[in-house]
Ligand binder design. Structure first.
Ligand code: SAH
Length: 347
């Protein structure tokens, strides 16, 4: 018989497991603390339990902790981890240090459900959703690296690794609950950003669920025709629906949105592209991050020249919209946005 993954159990279920065996429910709490707060990899580590109890747990359950398969470090200090899951699949998780803080960039799916033409992960197709504990483990791995490399805990988390988090909503939310809860890492949701390609129905749901973390939307074009060309799912989820969901998001959460935007030569570098973005950015309070395009071995996409990017920035600023230019990190090890594709494995 396959043993059950103990981390699929809630605190209540763990307590129940012990009381059903005539033991104290308090044991459930102890085990839960080991699993989540102290990040135990095996039952042997749970030293405040008796030997019999640990053996009994061993006989009934497994801990499917992720394993670090490979670590690569960039000249800029960015660290890319290839993370092996219990069923042998791989995802990538990245540690991005700046002077004062460290950010974990985590994956939410193996591969991706979407088909953005400029993204390396999209070429992998979606293999499966990650479970809450597999997302949580990535954060713990990077938190540990932050402590070792930088002497302080992880400060921020972005769901900008592989996958579309809003197409794995339930598990992503469950992982964030653990990350923010006192039994887990006790991190503030204000330090967490979920980045989505834009799934209107799920943005509505997130607003209704009154989530406390930040929202980023990968926009890349505010003109349907252009956006559908580079992000084909836009056909199904057009900008009008996205706009409506964002209005709902702001009305419910009073939290502004961040738009991620890449400017490509011959794709979205015309004046009407700029005007469309300025208009879209007026829908709800927002910030625009112009991000550098990272080459993924495809000559269809080339970053626009600095003059065009400047034009974008000035137009946004003239309209009172906050805009930042974001430099790529970890490009030399294919750890930058859109480059996560288990390349080492494929080679
Ligand atoms: N699916 C989610 C999260 C993963 S992608 C989303 O789309 O937001 C994380 C970010 O990397 C997105 O903003 C995405 O548009 C961007 N990105 C994808 N490919 C890229 C590339 N080649 N260069 C730079 N950024 C890229």
């Amino acid at each position: 018989m396959d043993k059950k993954d103990i981390r699929a159990l809630s605190l209540e279920e763990l307590k129940q497991f012990f009381t059903d065996r005539g033991d104290k429910s308090f044991r459930g709490k102890q085990v839960y603390e080991w699993l989540w707060h102290k990040v135990a990899y095996n039952f042997e580590q749970m030293t405040n339990l008796s030997k019999e109890c640990r053996t009994m747990l061993e006989e009934n359950f497994v801990i499917n902790h992720v394993k670090i398969d490979k670590v690569q470090t960039s000249i800029d200090g960015t660290v890319k981890n290839a993370i092996r899951l219990y069923d042998g699949l791989l995802v990538e998780s990245v540690l991005i240090p700046t002077d004062t803080r460290t950010t974990a960039c985590v994956s939410s799916q193996v591969g991706c459900s979407f088909d953005c033409k400029f993204c390396a992960t999209a070429k992998l197709k979606r293999m499966r959703n990650l479970k809450p504990d597999e997302i949580y483990d990535q954060v713990c791995v990077i938190n540990q690296q932050s402590l070792v490399n930088h002497n302080h805990k992880l400060s921020n988390i972005v769901f900008m690794g592989m996958g579309e988090p809003l197409l794995n909503y339930k598990n992503v939310i469950a992982s964030i609950d653990k990350i923010t809860s006192e039994e887990g890492l006790g991190m503030s949701p204000k330090r967490i950003t979920l980045s989505t390609s834009g799934v209107p129905k799920m943005i509505m749901k997130m607003a209704d669920d009154d989530v406390k973390f930040n929202l980023a939307v990968s926009l890349h074009s505010a003109i349907n025709e252009v956006r559908t060309r580079i992000m084909p799912f836009n056909e199904k989820f057009p900008l009008e629906d996205l706009a409506e969901s964002l209005r709902h998001w702001y009305a419910k959460t009073q939290n502004k949105v961040t738009y991620e935007y890449i400017v490509w030569k011959g794709v979205n570098d015309r004046d009407i592209d700029i005007e469309a973005l300025v208009d879209f950015a007026k829908i709800i309070p927002c910030k625009v991050n112009i991000i550098e395009y990272n080459y993924i071995g495809d000559d269809d996409f080339k970053q626009a020249d600095p003059r065009t990017i400047n034009k974008y920035m000035r137009a946004l600023e003239r309209n009172g919209i906050v805009v930042n230019l974001r430099k790529s990190r970890g490009e030399d090890i294919d750890a930058a946005c859109g480059q996560l594709a288990n390349k080492e494995e494929l080679e």
